[in-house]
Design a protein around this ligand. Structure first.
Ligand code: SAH
Length: 256
């Protein structure tokens, strides 16, 4: 018997991995994060499967379900939104499983920052402009380590993807404007890939007002950075004079 931490992806069941889909549609016991995992994904569990919403549960309560599954020798699916390795709080569950002598594995999922980029039809990197993507959040009940406060991240001028922070979009945009400029492209994606997805696009100067108008208060990704602009130097990768391991440039061909 083992516990399988499964990435549920951002919401749309089409974005599950083949493995996640298979495990879910065959599962007998599943604990899912009801506050975030979409009902359309949970619905893939077969009729009669034992489903538990972790939203109202403590770790101790979860451990009781782990040990029941252990007693019955049935694999347990632990469903986490997006990819389990990002703000998934899987570490403490794994520590408990180690103590209980229960084996576990992880199935990765499409993270919400990726789904948000896809919905925006954007590339998060741009040659000479942004070669780094930062996944972060603002402090809530979980304080930020000092060197990872927004101002330090902003100094890098990377593309910023902020989780768990849309309720603070006003102060986030104000602070970032000091580093990225008021005219920096900014987007907020509410429930990327869900049927009620909302895309809000603007600049650091106007994004907060637009987000308020759209009445977005949670489950949204904030993406900030010049890479979001379409009007940038293009990648050399497909340029005719750029050769790489798989393709000779036109100028090289001329030489041969
Ligand atoms: N492990 C998840 C993140 C969990 S933290 C992942 O990889 O995506 C929860 C935060 O993720 C939310 O506050 C929101 O910022 C973001 N999020 C989760 N699902 C989302 C979605 N479908 N669209 C936009 N943001 C989402």
């Amino acid at each position: 018997m083992k516990v399988i931490f499964v990435g549920a992806g951002p919401g749309n069941p089409d974005l599950l991995t083949v493995k996640a889909h298979r495990l879910l549609s065959q599962c007998q016991i599943c604990i899912y994060a009801g506050s975030l995992v979409s009902p359309a994904v949970v619905a893939l569990a077969p009729e009669g499967a034992e489903l538990h919403d972790s939203a109202g549960m403590t770790l101790d309560e979860m451990k009781i379900i782990f040990s029941r599954a252990q007693g019955k020798d049935i694999d347990l699916i632990r469903l986490h939104t997006g990819d389990p390795s990002i703000y998934g709080a899987i570490r403490e569950q794994m520590n408990s499983l180690d103590k209980m002598g229960i084996d576990y594995e992880v199935v990765p999922g499409v993270s919400s920052f990726q789904a948000a980029a896809a919905s925006l039809k954007t590339e998060l990197t741009a040659p000479e402009i942004a070669q780094t993507i930062i996944l972060s959040r603002t402090s809530g009940r979980t304080p930020m380590p000092e060197m990872q406060e927004l101002e330090h991240l902003a100094r890098t001028q990377s593309t910023l993807c902020l989780f768990l922070s849309v309720h603070k979009i006003g102060s986030v945009a104000d602070e970032l404007a000091g580093y990225y400029g008021h005219d920096c492209p900014t987007a907020v994606v509410f429930r990327a890939s869900w049927p009620d997805e909302k895309l809000v696009q603007g600049f650091l100067s106007d994004i907060a007002a637009k987000v308020e108008k759209a009445q977005i208060k949670k489950t949204a990704m904030i993406i900030v950075g010049p890479a979001l602009s379409r009007d940038l130097p293009v990648s050399k990768l497909y340029h005719r004079n750029f050769s790489h391991g798989y393709r000779q440039s036109d100028s090289q061909k001329d030489e041969t």
